[in-house]
Design a protein around this ligand. Structure first.
Ligand SMILES: Nc1nc2c(ncn2[C@@H]2O[C@H](COP(=O)(O)OP(=O)(O)OP(=O)(O)O)[C@@H](O)[C@H]2O)c(=O)[nH]1
Ligand SMILES: [Mg+2]
Length: 347
C-alpha cells in the first residue's frame, strides 16, 4: 500500500436549495395565497478520524470534495430536503492546516472524532415567508446560499509510543522487525526506509506499545535536508524516543559525534522534541572487535545522561533489557495529550 502523508485538497459545502415562488391553486379557492416552500440546507463536509485508514492515499487522486446541495423548495409549502453531509475518513493523527498561514484548523488524533470543515449553505426562503400587510402577493423567493469553500492541507503525523531515531543504516528497521511483527525492508544501504512503519511490541505482561520506525535523518534534517522535516514530523507524537547508534560508525575518540549530530537536529527542530524522554541504543555490538573501545563508547554515552543499552538488533542480543526500560519509561510518562477535534464548534 502506498503511504501518503501530505495532501492539499479543497472542500466545498453543498449549496442551499432555493426557495420557491408559488401560489395556492385549488378549486373554489380564488386567489389562494403564496405557498412557496423553503430550500433545503446544503450538506456539510466533515472529516472523521478512523483507525481503519492508514494513509491519505484516498485524497491523492482527487482534490475537490463537494457535499450534496439542498433540494429546492416547492409549492404547497413543501420544503426542500437537506443535502446529506459528506463524511471523509482520514487516518487517526491527521492535522488539517490552512495552506497559507500554516495555522492548525483541526487535529484529528482520536479515533472517531470529527471536524466540520466546510458548512453547507442555508436554503433560501420561499415566497410564503414574505407575506406582510403591505405585501400580500410576493412574487419573489430567496436563492440558496453557497456552501463554504475551503482549501486545506492535510498532514498525517503518526502516533506511537516509542519512536526510533538515528542516521540511515543504524538498524532501526532491523530492531522493529526483531521486537514486533512489522516487516519493513532491511538492507545494507542508507534510506532503505522511505515511509514510516509501525509495529506493536508485546513484552511480558505489560500493555502492548506501538513503536515507529521512521526513515533515517541526515544533518540539516530540521531544515528539510533528505526530507528531514517530513520524517521528524512523525516523531512529534511519540511519547519517548529511542536513539539508535551504529557503533561501527563511531570512529576514533569522538565517541559522541554521531549522537550529538542527531541530537542537534532534534533540538533545532523543536523544543518539544528536545524535551522528550529518550533512550540511547548502541547497536551492532556483534561487530565490535575491541571490547575496551565498546566500553569507552558506552561510558561516554552514559555521561550524556540517558539510559544506554548495548544490543544487536540482528542477533537479538540485549533486547529484553531494552524493552524493559522502554515499558517502564512509558508507564511513567504522560499519555499523549488529547487534542481538540473541532475548533469551530468550540468557538
Ligand atoms: N551485524 C549487524 N548488522 C545489523 C544490525 N542491525 C542492523 N544491521 C544491518 O545494518 C543494515 C541496515 O539496517 P536497517 O535496519 O535497514 O537500518 P535502518 O536504520 O532502518 O536504515 P534506513 O532505513 O536506511 O534509515 C542492514 O544490512 C542490517 O542487516 C546488528 O545488530 N548487527
Ligand atoms: Mg529502515
Amino acid at each position: 500500500m502506498k503511504f501518503v502523508d501530505e495532501v492539499s485538497i479543497r472542500l466545498v459545502g453543498g449549496r442551499g436549495g432555493s426557495g420557491c415562488v408559488s401560489f395556492r391553486r385549488e378549486k373554489y379557492v380564488p386567489k389562494g395565497g403564496p405557498d412557496g416552500g423553503d430550500g433545503g440546507r446544503g450538506g456539510d463536509v466533515i472529516l472523521e478520524a478512523s483507525d481503519k485508514k492508514h494513509t491519505l492515499l484516498d485524497f491523492r487522486h482527487r482534490s475537490v470534495f463537494r457535499a450534496p446541495a439542498g433540494a429546492h423548495g416547492q409549492g404547497q409549502n413543501r420544503h426542500g430536503r437537506s443535502g446529506d453531509d459528506l463524511i471523509l475518513q482520514v487516518p487517526v493523527g491527521t492535522v488539517a492546516k490552512d495552506p497559507r498561514t500554516e495555522q492548525v484548523l483541526a487535529d484529528l488524533s482520536v479515533n472517531g472524532c470529527r471536524w466540520t470543515a466546510a458548512r453547507g449553505g442555508l436554503g433560501g426562503k420561499g415566497n410564503a415567508h414574505f407575506v406582510s400587510s403591505t405585501h400580500r402577493v410576493p412574487r419573489f423567493a430567496q436563492e440558496g446560499q453557497e456552501g463554504e469553500d475551503l482549501e486545506v492541507l492535510l498532514e498525517l503525523k503518526l502516533i506511537a509510543d516509542a519512536g526510533l531515531v538515528g542516521f540511515p543504516n543504524a538498524g532501526k528497521s532491523t530492531l522493529i522487525a526483531s521486537v514486533s511483527a512489522a516487516r519493513p525492508k532491511i538492507a545494507d544501504y542508507p534510506f532503505t526506509t522511505l515511509v514510516p512503519n509501525l509495529g506493536v511490541v508485546r513484552h511480558k505482561d505489560y500493555p502492548p506499545f506501538v513503536m515507529a520506525d521512521v526513515p533515517g535523518l541526515l544533518e540539516g534534517a530540521h531544515r528539510g535536508t533528505g526530507l528531514g522535516t517530513r520524517f521528524l514530523r512523525h516523531l512529534e507524537r511519540c511519547r519517548i524516543l529511542v536513539h539508535l547508534i551504529d557503533i561501527t560508525q563511531v570512529t576514533g575518540k569522538d565517541y559522541l559525534g554521531a549522537f550529538r549530530r542527531i541530537e542537534r537536529e532534534l533540538s533545532l527542530y523543536s523544543k518539544e522534541m528536545e524535551k522528550k524522554r529518550r533512550i540511547v541504543v548502541l547497536n551492532k555490538v556483534d561487530l565490535a572487535t575491541d571490547p575496551d573501545a565498546l566500553e569507552e563508547i558506552f561510558r561516554a554515552h552514559q555521561e550524556a545522561g540517558y539510559p544506554v543499552f548495548r544490543v544487536s538488533a540482528l542477533k537479538r542480543k540485549g533486547l529484553e533489557e531494552l524493552l524493559e526500560c522502554i515499558t517502564s519509561l512509558l508507564r511513567d510518562s504522560e499519555p499523549f495529550e488529547q487534542p481538540f477535534c473541532d475548533r469551530r464548534e468550540e468557538g
